[in-house]
Write a protein that binds this ligand. Structure first.
Ligand SMILES: [Zn+2]
Length: 437
């Protein structure tokens, strides 16, 4: 009847008949032969379960319950470990600073544990991060911060972009660019924590390189092998003579070219007379004072921080209408470009312009302005601003080649070297780039 209703058939090969202990052996065989089914083996298991059990279920299932319990215990303890791991990698991403607590919470992306390392002054009454943000201009209250914070903390805080419109802070996963948790990044963090707790920590005094730093390196507009080379430099993976000597793979650590000192990364890249010529002969035309660069990573890090934003406003015929330049703390090239786009937008808004087209030479930032993909946490506050601002107005975004953007780069460079004339908008400078103005 079941087969007829369900359309399923009975598999007689896998079926068995069970008898009570009162049934005789003759009865067993006659019933089995008339049904065409063999007698069930009472000791047999099917899918891990006994095919029959007696009165005592505790006895039958005891070992099984034990197995399940121990598995659950393991699952629970790994769940607890997972929760700990999650707590380790979660932090606040500041938008307007309304949720994160200044001294207690994890919210500073480039410090070691995402917290403020400086000690809280006894007179300080500040609780939330928002209290150190100027609510009108949406900038950090620099003077107060300078008073309280150590240099490292101060630089790290000033590089955090603030949302131009009030928006709740976001709780994010630090270890992916988007701030969304991924199993791979969780595993990598767990491995790292395990590695650190085994006592094989980083050498003391080494600079902690944040995601910002690495992003700036990966964002560089250079062939991949160059980026890879610098990655090896910062990871201390170059096979220098000194490194080989320390690992007992070379009999001496001296520079084989000049023999004027140990071949460290700094010697190799800056101090060796042979290298100096390379720097000077390059388009950078750079002179390096001997011994002036003692730590290549710190040198690069300092070089990457600090940027100037330049915005140039033109009419539909390409004539220069207005422009502005201002310095900003940015932890990556992309973050600075996003800053510049927001500045351009705010400028267009202040001038009450419509049908504005904003161009930038950074493809990924432009696509973040157009598409609703999750922005990198480093500058999510800026991208969310741009998206929020752009929708009701007729503003469009487009990518342009860097060569078409020379004027803006010139303004930024001139501003950085403090040689930008005050009246550069009215009287565009007569440089070789004049035609672009
Ligand atoms: Zn040398």
């Amino acid at each position: 009847m079941y087969s007829e209703a369900s359309g399923q058939l009975t598999n007689f090969d896998k079926s068995g008949v069970m008898f009570s202990s009162n049934a005789s052996a003759t009865l067993h065989s006659s019933i089995c032969s008339s049904l065409g089914v063999s007698q069930a083996n009472l000791k047999a298991k099917y899918l891990g379960l006994p095919s029959s059990w007696g009165r005592s279920k505790a006895e039958t299932f005891g070992s099984m319950i034990e197995k399940v319990l121990s598995k659950m215990q393991r699952a629970w303890s790994s769940l607890l470990k997972g929760r700990e791991l999650l707590r380790n990698g979660l932090r606040w991403q500041i938008q307007s600073g309304n949720l994160a607590y200044f001294w207690e919470d994890k919210w500073v992306p480039s410090t070691k544990d995402f917290k403020i390392a400086s000690h809280k002054p006894p007179y300080c009454t500040v609780q939330k991060v928002a209290e150190v943000i100027d609510p009108t201009h949406k900038i950090w209250k620099c003077e107060i911060l300078k008073e309280w914070l150590l240099k490292e903390d101060l630089e790290a805080v000033l590089a955090i972009p603030i949302a131009a419109v009030n928006r709740d802070d976001l709780l994010i996963w630090h270890h992916t660019p988007s701030g969304v948790y991924s199993v791979k990044s969780g595993y990598a963090l767990a491995k790292q924590i395990c590695h650190n707790s085994n006592g094989s920590n980083k050498p003391s005094g080494s600079l902690i390189l944040g995601t910002d730093f690495w992003n700036s390196i990966w964002d560089l507009d250079v062939p991949p092998k160059i980026r890879h080379f610098w990655w090896r430099v910062f990871r201390n993976l170059l096979a220098t003579k000194l490194g080989l000597f320390r690992h007992k793979c070379a009999s001496f650590g001296e520079c084989p070219i000049c023999r004027k000192g140990d071949e460290s990364v700094e010697h190799l890249l800056f101090d060796c007379p042979w290298t100096k010529g390379v720097w000077f002969g390059s388009s950078l035309n750079m002179r390096v004072d001997p011994g002036s660069i003692t730590n290549v990573t710190r040198w690069t890090n300092d070089l990457l921080q600090g940027a100037v934003l330049a915005v140039i406003l033109r009419d539909s015929k390409g004539n220069l209408l207005d422009g502005c330049a201002k310095s900003c703390e940015a932890s990556s090239a992309a973050q600075a470009k996003a800053h510049a786009i927001r500045l351009a937008y705010l400028m267009a808004q202040a001038l009450n312009l419509s049908r504005v087209e904003i161009e930038s030479d950074n493809k990924s930032v432009i696509s973040l302005c157009i598409f609703e993909t999750v922005p990198p946490w480093e500058y999510s506050a800026i991208i969310l601003d741009i998206r929020g601002l752009a929708s009701p107005n007729s503003i469009s975004f487009s990518w342009t080649r860097r060569t078409n953007n020379e004027a803006a780069h010139w303004v930024a460079k001139a501003c950085l070297s403090k040689s930008l004339p005050v009246n550069w908008v009215v009287c565009p400078p007569a440089t070789r780039l004049h035609t672009h103005f």
